[in-house]
Design a protein around this ligand. Structure first.
Ligand code: NAD
Length: 277
């Protein structure tokens, strides 16, 4: 079994630094993919109400033979449910779909500053309720820019445990990561492989050859060495195993820097300041 390190969140909870993401895995394929991931040693699954596959994630975990406490599960609030009463209903719905009485981490999926009068602070207040009643062991945000985080920091009561943002070698996100480091917010990098777009990069491919590893393994290792949490997605069993087989080598500081230098500040996903869900 791979020796996946834990990261300690600002509330003392531990999160496995490598997990398995299920965005765009069709519901009929999700249970088998999550079962493969659990067999390969992943103990952290990242889903969302908007992915439409929470029920299948829950089924795979329930049937795995692992106890609930052995698997870290994240889900996220739908963009259509930011108003407090809607958020309460959505959270109940996510727990019901998963078949669990708690989640390890619940996130606001997008800040949506152009909707709901820009009031993501009330939405955050509702997540604080879920944290206090114990049904969300940790709460956090996703796709928040420093100026969004600053509002949560000054107007909210709790600091988010994590901020899940798009990160890959072409989008290193130094500014958001710097803000998070200064405020004890753990960073999670979504689409860590840039949805496959960074794997043909010649610098990455050269480094991979030197270590006798694949480009995907080198990119994932780069994230791990920068201290971020990642959850690559695949439905191919061999790739699911490949992506977790990254704890038997370390990149030199020079190689980490060479990969970071590929930054082009190029998003594959939407801009959080304008995205309206
Ligand atoms: P990813 O960067 O993990 O790339 C996945 C794609 O890369 C796969 O579909 C496959 O084509 C390819 N791939 C995977 N492993 C490979 C390997 N070993 N070799 C070659 N190609 C390989 O992209 P993703 O799925 O978009 O992101 C991962 C997870 O991040 C998602 O499943 C989801 O959980 C999360 N996410 C969150 C948000 C958000 O807004 N919070 C947005 C997107 C994704």
């Amino acid at each position: 079994m791979p020796d996946i390190p834990d990261i300690m969140l600002n509330n003392g909870q531990q999160i496995p630094q490598l997990g398995f993401g299920v965005f765009l895995i069709p519901p009929p394929l999700t249970e088998a993919a999550v079962a493969q991931a659990l067999q390969a040693g992943y103990r952290h699954i990242d889903t969302a109400e908007m992915y439409g596959n929470e029920a299948e994630v829950g089924q795979a975990i329930s049937k795995s033979g692992l106890s609930r406490g052995e698997v870290f599960v994240t889900t996220k609030l739908s963009n259509d449910a930011h108003r407090p009463d809607d958020a309460r209903r959505a959270f109940d719905g996510s727990l019901k779909a998963l078949g669990f009485d708690y989640v390890d981490l619940f996130l606001i999926h997008w800040p949506l500053p152009t909707r709901y009068d820009g009031d993501f602070v009330s939405t955050w207040g509702t997540l604080e309720e879920f944290y206090r009643d114990g049904r969300a062991r940790s709460i956090g945000v996703s796709n928040f820019q420093p100026h969004h985080l600053r509002r949560i920091h000054t107007e909210g009561e709790l600091t988010p445990a994590v901020n899940q943002i798009e990160i890959n070698p072409y989008l290193t996100q130094d500014e958001v990561r710097g803000f998070c480091a200064d405020h004890e917010i753990a960073v999670e990098g979504w689409s860590p492989l840039g949805r496959g777009s960074v794997l043909a990069d010649p610098t990455v491919a050269d480094i991979a050859r030197r270590y006798g590893k694949t480009s995907a393994q080198v990119v994932l290792r780069w994230h791990i060495e920068r201290g971020d949490v990642v959850f690559p997605k695949s439905v191919t069993p061999a790739r699911i195993r490949e992506n977790v087989d990254i704890f038997d080598f370390e990149l030199t500081g020079e190689d980490v820097e060479a990969i970071s230098a590929l930054n082009r500040s190029q998003r594959t996903g939407p801009d959080p300041d304008t995205f309206a869900g």
